[in-house]
Design a protein around this ligand. Structure first.
Ligand SMILES: Cc1cc2nc3c(=O)[nH]c(=O)nc-3n(C[C@H](O)[C@H](O)[C@H](O)COP(=O)(O)O)c2cc1C
Length: 371
């Protein structure tokens, strides 16, 4: 992660390729499947997976920001923990890893959110990070009685929201802010973030406007690898150029769905079992429609790929193979300048131990992580 001289938080600087678990706070996690071993997002399971990840030296835990299910047989993600309270609980129980909250800007008053995040940050002694999501699924906003603004307006609101949050974190004097979306007066919150500096800021998005917002504000952009891997370096270099125009540096986070087995055949068979034979088809359809991936003119092949990625891991890049293959592909992604991978497994407690024992040492021997 680029150092901006501001924060002293080093969880994401420990390894060349940071790794974390993604989506555990929601039922089903990332995999949109009906298999009986699919993820049950109980607090006990979340805590046990976090303790296992912390012990194994993973770098972070990242929640999905969800309020409502995707329907289908499982009503995928319908049982979900609110992420700032989730992060506080995980931070209280772990020692080293960074824990993110995934925050929808328009749902939280920025001064209240700034204070909630400072609270989590003190609980974790500087290990809290924020993943900002500007809004995606309109039915969730309807459920909360909040209007989801037009796409670009969401980012205008997001800019004001972050301006207020970062001022509240840093200002040693009461301040006023008079924006279009937020007006606050004599604002002064204490304490400030733990130990000086501020929490790591990640912004999730894909569009040009989303990239501009991240380039202007984020330490890292969280983005889907929808393009061919050969196109990734140019896409990232363009993003870094956009950040440089704001006199900033930026890293890149991406999401992957991992199935690792002793042989490629076993891994592919398991992927086929959960993501094809037992995909929760209605939830998959709802997910890709909500993301605008089903628009007129999209080829059958592209739709098939979108469905497979949705079922396999909520749109994440699938990494399916034996430990050598998984480690080699992660190395390739690191060479493309991706600095962090947020991992989904069908069942984190069942799948992570094999990944820990077989893939982490291979990544260490490739110089991507400390052993
Ligand atoms: C990798 C990634 C993860 C995301 N995670 C969430 C999430 O957990 N909750 C959510 O509501 N939106 C999430 N989003 C949606 C984004 O915040 C954003 O609203 C969406 O991508 C549309 O913006 P865009 O057109 O700029 O990409 C995610 C987006 C990406 C690319």
């Amino acid at each position: 992660m680029p150092a901006d001289g501001n924060h002293q938080r080093d969880q994401l600087n420990r390894n060349k390729l940071s790794l974390g678990l993604f989506g555990l706070n929601c039922s089903g996690g990332l995999a949109v499947t009906t298999v009986p071993e699919r993820w049950e997002a109980s607090w006990e399971n979340n805590l046990n997976a976090a303790l296992m990840a912390d012990e194994a030296g993973l770098d972070f835990m990242l929640p999905l920001g969800r309020w409502k299910g995707y329907g289908g047989i499982t009503d995928h993600n319908a049982s979900n923990f609110e992420t700032l309270t989730w992060a506080s609980g995980i931070l209280a129980s772990t020692r080293n890893l960074m824990v993110f909250g995934t925050v929808h800007v328009s749902l939280f008053n920025p001064v209240v959110a700034a204070k909630q995040m400072v609270t989590a940050d003190h609980i974790g002694q500087g290990r809290f990070g924020i993943n900002i999501v500007c809004g995606w699924n309109s039915d969730e906003f309807d459920m909360l009685g909040v209007n989801l603004a037009q796409h670009d307006d969401r980012y205008d609101q997001g800019q004001e929201w972050l301006d207020v949050v970062t001022r509240a974190w840093s200002s040693t004097e009461p301040f006023d802010y008079d924006g279009e979306f937020y007006q606050v007066h004599k604002t002064d919150i204490n304490p400030k973030p733990y130990g000086g500096g501020r929490p790591v800021i990640v912004c999730a998005g894909n569009s040009p406007r989303g990239r501009d917002y991240a380039a202007r504000n984020a330490d890292m952009m969280f983005t889907n690898l929808r393009m061919h891997i050969d196109e990734v370096p140019a896409t990232i270099s363009e993003l870094k150029g956009m950040a440089a125009a704001y006199n900033r540096e930026i890293g890149v986070f991406s999401n992957v769905a991992v199935v690792c087995r002793p042989t490629k055949k076993e891994a592919e068979e398991y992927f086929h079992y959960y993501a094809v034979e037992n995909a929760d088809l209605d939830a998959v359809e709802y997910m890709i429609e909500g993301r605008g991936l089903k628009k007129p003119g999209v080829s059958g092949e592209a739709l098939h790929a979108a469905r497979l990625r949705a079922a396999g891991g909520n749109g994440a890049l699938p990494i399916i193979g034996d430990p050598d293959y998984v480690a080699a592909l992660m190395k390739r992604l690191s060479e493309c300048e991706i600095s962090a991978l947020a991992i989904g497994f069908t069942n984190y407690l069942n799948e992570f131990p094999y990944f820990r024992d077989e893939v982490l040492p291979r990544l260490a021997s490739k110089g991507l992580r400390t052993s």
